[in-house]
Design a protein around this ligand. Structure first.
Ligand code: HEC
Length: 189
């Protein structure tokens, strides 16, 4: 945490040269005190902001610690994780990445792969009845065969719930459980 160096010197600033009449001294002393109080408030606010950012990073890392190692240096350079800790559809995320790229977000192709994975696994909403195979497999974390099985089954009958989705062979119940808030069934996007 970087503090304003001046904040630590409060009190010392008025100890020096006692020149002029008593009024000047009082005025100077008063102004010095006000300045000290102001700087102390800034230092405190910085501490608050730093701990809030640390808490947000912790929350973001919990979703997928391995990939967040790549997200954090790239995506928290200009703003805090609060900007991106909300689920969106994959096409919306792609729009965000393009936008951030335009603002100057830089990452090596390999880093981008981890960043994509992080958002797909943790913060992407999926329309189970319309998403294509690639999106199903990356967002749900299933293999291609299982994704094909989902597409075939919904051609006959659309899915209406997480339980319904779990009836597809290869769809792991334990895997689907944490994804439930991000599964969309009746709202074509
Ligand atoms: C070079 C600076 C910079 C970097 C790096 C950066 N962003 Fe941003 N981001 C911005 C700015 C500036 C805004 C505000 C834009 C606005 O208000 O329209 C923003 C806004 C956002 C928003 C909100 C967009 C909206 O329209 O709701 C999201 C989500 C976001 N960033 C995600 C990310 C992600 C994910 C990364 C890492 C891949 C990232 N940002 C990296 C500068 C950056």
């Amino acid at each position: 945490m970087r503090r304003f160096p001046v904040a630590g010197k409060c009190g010392a600033t008025n100890g020096g040269e006692v020149k002029g009449n008593i009024l000047t001294i009082v005025v100077r002393w008063g102004a010095g005190l006000a300045l000290c109080a102001g700087l102390a408030t800034i230092a405190l606010a910085q501490d608050d902001a730093a701990s809030e950012i640390a808490a947000l990073n912790e929350q973001a890392a919990k979703l997928d610690p391995e990939d967040y190692r790549f997200v954090q240096p790239v995506c928290t350079r200009c703003h805090t994780p609060s900007m991106f800790l909300h689920s969106r559809t994959w096409s919306e995320w792609q729009g965000v990445f393009n936008q951030m790229n335009g603002y100057g977000a830089v990452a090596a192709p390999q880093q981008w792969d981890h960043i994509y994975k992080y958002f797909q696994h943790s913060l992407t909403l999926i329309d189970v009845n319309h998403a294509d195979e690639d999106e199903l497999s990356s967002v749900l974390g299933i293999d291609e065969r299982t994704a094909i099985a989902i597409v075939q089954r919904r051609a006959d009958r659309k899915f209406d719930s997480a339980a319904d989705l779990e009836s597809v062979p290869g769809v792991n119940k334990g895997l689907i459980e944490p994804l439930k808030p991000r599964l969309l069934f009746d709202h074509p996007l």
